[in-house]
Design a protein around this ligand. Structure first.
Ligand code: ZN
Length: 239
């Protein structure tokens, strides 16, 4: 089966539309979204509705959780907190209901999908180092875990150095992997192009797709909606 894995849309409708039109041409069987549909960006309702229509499953992210009032936002920076409060005030009751019912995990055969970490995704920890990734891999039952959350695309193999390159084959019958799929709506690896992943569940073929999108339009809307200007500026930097 060929799947597309997207994450961290963050109410960036221009980026989401660009990603979805590209995905439509790839003949995937499923689109799986790892969460953070909302937060930071100017179009939460439209993004949630597009995800409802297009994704096979969508998971709970920390910003979705925070918008529902279920995660303590004292640990969010002030820009994120302001965006969470604004998002809560504009989401329709139907879209809030949809977010409330998002699961923390999706797992099928050898594959696990979560927003943050394999074991307790609701703690919203980040995986940045090889050591952290290995500690999680020791305990996880599946062969590959797909995560988002840090907005930094990366592959963590169990027995090799972590890497980021456009295409690779994951030998998941030999070793386990954690794959960070990057972010559609707010990339943070100093590359402003949106990022998502294509994966073949038989061969282990993995591809990071990077696409230019009109981030200036999203930045303009962020300012129009009165959200923090920093959230507009960072889209151009990819950070
Ligand atoms: Zn996020």
């Amino acid at each position: 089966m060929k799947i597309a894995v997207i994450s961290d849309i963050h109410s960036n409708l221009v980026a989401l539309r660009t990603a979805l039109s590209h995905i439509k041409l790839q003949q995937v069987d499923r689109i799986i979204c790892l969460g953070d549909a909302v937060g930071y960006g100017p179009r939460p309702n439209e993004c949630v509705e597009l995800l409802r229509r297009n994704s096979y499953i969508c998971l709970m992210g920390n910003h979705d959780h925070a918008v529902l009032g279920l995660t303590d936002t004292r640990y969010f920076n002030s820009y994120a907190r302001e965006a969470v409060e604004w998002t809560r005030s504009v989401l329709t009751p139907e879209n809030l209901d949809y977010l409330r019912n998002l699961p923390f995990f999706f797992s099928e055969n050898d594959f696990l999908f979560v927003h943050s970490t394999p074991l307790h995704p609701e703690d919203w920890e980040y995986i940045f180092s090889e050591k952290q990734a290995r500690d999680y891999m020791k305990q996880m039952k599946q062969r590959i875990c797909f995560v988002g959350h840090s907005h930094v695309p990366m592959v963590f193999p169990e027995h090799e150095r972590s890497y980021y390159r456009e295409e690779s084959i994951l030998e998941f019958r030999e070793q386990k992997y954690i794959v960070n799929v990057g972010s559609v709506g707010q990339p943070r690896d100093h590359d402003p192009r949106l990022c998502y992943v294509l994966f073949d569940t038989e061969s282990g073929w993995l591809k990071f797709v990077r696409l230019k999108y009109d981030y200036e339009e999203t930045a303009r809307e962020i300012l129009e909606k009165g959200l923090p200007p920093f959230l507009a500026m960072r889209l151009a930097e990819g950070y």
